[in-house]
Design a protein around this ligand. Structure first.
Ligand SMILES: [Zn+2]
Length: 321
């Protein structure tokens, strides 16, 4: 069981200053689903269906242990994030995070390591909200230089960098990460930052005291750099069918999924069927052949029928002529 707290409004506001850059949020279910996952649900007003705004009250409940929230990195109005979180849960995850932490320190960037269920999260805080695209260029290049594996780009295991997107389109939320200092509902445990006492106040004071990364520094560190090729978001290229007359009858999966990246052979996207089951958080279970986008496959094993059904486009038995 986990410790309960009763934090003050000041403590909640210290948390908001560090972590909250966009007020939409999600809340973790209290009980696991039959498949063992404990999903997060975006918090919406039950009447208007509009996203509810994260406020001091919800943050206090999170810190006290009554609810567990997750946070979106990017504010779509500015395309900026207050922090970068590096999530690692593979074999050797902690070692990779320590390596990154040490290397960041050489740049004068103090990063804080938080425990997680299977590894850790390494957090870097901006002195001001930083462009998501620049944060990603910095961390991806740093990781590749160190030989730390980065998930995606052909690798199934590796670190995941939040913000997960360079920028958000209208109405998009991007990926959310479990907010620190709360209770993980899967294990009913709190996971703390290593360098401070195990209570919200001491933890936030420690995080407040870290040297923050400025935009000017970030610009210097990333000068002349780009996101490594394999991890660049795909340039959306409309598919032109060879036979336009078949367009209305033939199913094209690219019309239904949002691709997250592209490599020489495939587009990659979140598998709709996995998504319906609360899986494929990294959004790359589904591959769609670039050469022939009629061919697609879920690497977690969903069938074509399941994928089509999840899209509300069930495969129709061919009508008898
Ligand atoms: Zn799937």
């Amino acid at each position: 069981m986990y410790a309960k707290f009763c934090v003050s409004r000041e403590t909640a506001n210290a948390f908001i200053r560090l972590f909250v850059n966009r007020r939409a949020y999600a809340i973790q279910a209290v009980c696991p689903l039959p498949n063992g996952t404990v999903p997060y649900y975006p918090v919406r007003d039950w009447k208007t269906k509009e996203p509810k705004l994260l406020d001091e009250g919800a943050v206090r409940m999170h810190l006290n242990g009554d609810i567990t929230i997750s946070l979106y990195a990017i504010n779509p109005e500015t395309q900026r994030s207050k922090w970068v979180a590096i999530d690692a849960d593979f074999d050797g995850a902690l070692e990779s995070l320590f390596q990154l932490q040490w290397e960041l320190k050489q740049d004068g960037v103090e990063a804080a390591l938080e425990q997680s269920r299977r590894g850790g999260h390494l957090w870097i805080f901006g002195a001001e909200p930083l462009l998501a695209s620049e944060c990603r260029i910095y961390v991806y290049n740093l990781a590749l230089r160190l030989g730390v594996p980065v998930k995606g780009g052909g690798l199934k295991e590796g670190i995941e960098v939040f913000p997960r997107q360079d920028r958000l389109g209208d109405g998009e939320f991007g990926n959310a990460i479990r907010a620190p200092l709360g209770v993980h509902r899967k294990t009913n445990r709190r996971y703390w930052f290593y360098e401070a006492d195990l209570n919200p106040e001491a933890q936030l004071a420690y995080l407040d005291g870290l040297t923050k990364l400025t935009e000017a520094e970030l610009r210097t560190f990333t000068q002349g750099m780009k996101l490594p090729e394999a991890y660049r978001p795909p340039v959306p290229a409309p598919y032109v069918p060879r036979n336009p007359s078949s367009q209305s009858t033939e199913f094209r999966i690219l019309n239904y999924v949002r691709t997250t990246r592209k490599d020489s052979r495939n587009w990659w996207a979140r598998c709709p069927s996995c998504a319906a089951a609360g899986r494929d958080r990294s959004g790359d279970n589904l591959s769609i052949q670039v050469k022939d986008p009629r061919l697609y496959k879920c690497w977690a094993g969903c069938t074509k029928e399941e994928i089509r059904a999840a899209l509300g486009q069930p495969i129709r038995k061919r009508a008898l002529a």
